[in-house]
Design a protein around this ligand. Structure first.
Ligand SMILES: [Zn+2]
Length: 302
């Protein structure tokens, strides 16, 4: 069992839990440097496909990430599966999927400069501050820039309007995808989550069939069952209880509303109601984003 499997990463940063290893000015400056260095190319290539127009305007059939510099943010409740979709899209588009939760976990398991400090914070049940998240993200982006990465899909950031404003000061976020599922589905999904204590893979034992709300079609999701060698090693996260999940959703909704409004006001927010599990949702999501699963093959003849 991984020693950190019980760590529940906080959804939100709290101003009263600020722990700084470097001055925020330094880390934000570093972040700003990164974003500025890539933003001119982005501005040049920003197409007219502003997010708000995606649904109503015909967009180019293909999105060439090299020409467009995908700089996307994924929003969504805990348990909605945004990591899964963000990760798949990052593979399709050839840009990194950067999850701030992963950055924190990686730092925790490393001997990095923040690992001890982070361990103290999470062991005391405190929340990881904006400054630490920004510090980690900034390091990650600088590393990516050095490797020649173009664009990114952010997952787990920004979580506050303040963080969104920091991003906005220094770059053009092109698109913000807000993935949604009814609360009943989210709850069942979270309660069905299992992790293999040996290989660390995630599974879900819930077989979901929920009646659609407001005349929408029913939502069905098949379980994601583990292979036989993982079955006996499955564990449930200690914070995947009904009470905690409901509270997590309540806090998320309360705190995410201003961030959604922020991007809605900029015309960048795309709301996407997931119609079911991955097999149903993936093609529809691609359609909503004007993407094609087979773009690599097509690009040769385009
Ligand atoms: Zn396993």
């Amino acid at each position: 069992m991984k020693s950190n499997h019980k760590i529940s990463l906080p959804l939100l940063s709290a101003p009263n839990a600020v722990v700084q290893s470097r001055s925020p000015t330094t880390t934000m400056a570093a972040m700003a440097r990164f974003f500025r260095s890539s933003s001119s190319a982005i501005r040049r290539s920003m197409s007219t496909a502003a997010a708000g127009e995606l649904k109503s305007q015909p967009c180019p059939r293909r999105i060439d990430p090299k020409a467009r510099n995908v700089q996307w943010v994924f929003l969504g409740c805990p348990g909605v599966g945004k990591g899964t979709y963000a990760s798949r899209l990052s593979v399709l588009l050839g840009v990194p999927h950067i999850a701030t939760g992963d950055l924190v976990r990686e730092e925790l398991s490393s001997a990095g400069p923040l690992s001890k400090q982070l361990a103290d914070i999470v062991n005391q049940g405190k929340l990881v501050s904006d400054e630490i998240i920004i510090n980690l993200l900034s390091k990650r982006l600088e590393m990516g820039e050095a490797k020649g990465e173009s664009g990114f899909i952010l997952d787990g950031f920004p979580r506050t309007v303040r963080q969104a404003e920091i991003l906005d000061d220094v770059t053009d976020i092109e698109l913000v995808v807000n993935l949604k599922l009814p609360e009943t589905v989210l709850l069942e999904k979270c309660l069905g989550r299992r992790i293999c204590s040996q290989c660390g893979k995630n599974f879900n034992v819930a077989s979901i069939n929920v009646k659609g709300e407001k005349g929408n079609p029913d939502i069905s999701m098949a379980p994601l069952l583990p292979p036989s060698h993982c079955v006996s090693k499955l564990i449930t996260r200690s914070d995947d209880t009904e009470t905690i999940v409901k509270e997590r959703l309540r806090i998320y909704n309360e705190k995410s509303q201003p961030v959604e409004d922020f991007y809605r006001g900029q015309g960048k927010l795309v709301e996407f109601d997931l119609p079911g599990g991955i097999p149903d949702s993936w093609p529809k999501l691609l359609e909503a984003l004007n993407l094609d699963e087979n773009e690599d093959k097509q690009s040769a003849t385009a």
